[in-house]
Ligand binder design. Sequence first.
Ligand code: SF4
Length: 313
Amino acid sequence: MLLCSPRGFCAGVVRAIETVEQALARYGAPVYVRHEIVHNRYVVESLKRKGAIFVEELDEIPDTGAPVIFSAHGVPKSIPHEAQRRNLFALDATCPLVTKVHREAQIHHRRGREIILIGHAGHPEVVGTIGQLPDGAITLVQSVDEVARFVPRDPDNLAYATQTTLSVDDTAEVVAALKARFPKIHGPPKEDICYATTNRQEVVKKVAPLVDLMLVVGSPNSSNTQRLREVAERAGCPRAMLVQRAAELDWSACAPIKSLGITAGASAPEVLVEEVIGAFAERYTVSVETVTTADEDMFFPLPRALRREAVAP
Ligand code: SF4
């Protein structure tokens, strides 16, 4: 087994989960969480058992003094406004790297630029970023073809931003197509794909050509997890599969293999990776080697209201 490193939890996911846990510890149950705090069923279920109540929209929450937490993916501006109107106690667990994209978009808008967002329609992060600005200020493009069809208001006054969890290579193609069509377009120095997405894809590219099968531990609704599976296939791995829990492993699809790569999406806890390794160790004689392409020491502080110094003496 070749174990990809880095894999699994990123700093934004750690912060989001700790936000819910700290809110539960400090204010007691229940705490309300709008949308899955991170895209992982195991994480969501374990927080539910501790007293978190997950909702899709604020109107599912009664008038309450309990904390209401926004997920790591970010929310449209209308959500904190609505929370304030209802006098709810909101805690924002939006990843700071998503907030950075929101700020970039706001700056472009203030400078009068029409904004193109590269991302996947319907993903909560895309909904949140588009919702930072008035309707029509941001146009979503998902592919090189959509770049070709895009009709700008002024081709010389454009900017772009990206979802943080995209395929690095696909996005480079879309950005190149934008720059070829609109040479004056403004954008970030590279793209807005976050360090965690980039690093997890990088190590998968290294391991994928060396193994018969790549298993990506994570949830199907997690964008960065899905991208890891695609990256593995494109990097030359004969087969790449998502797996949420060891119990769901399709053993007939796993055989016959001599070498296996394992990685995990940014919202998948390490305990699930260990579970999968354990399941293979029960059936096969395994030796595990870790392949490391980057060291990560990123850390994001909790929302201000939950920081230790915020506790009254
Ligand atoms: S994947 Fe990237 S943007 Fe998303 S929570 Fe993790 S660090 Fe933040």
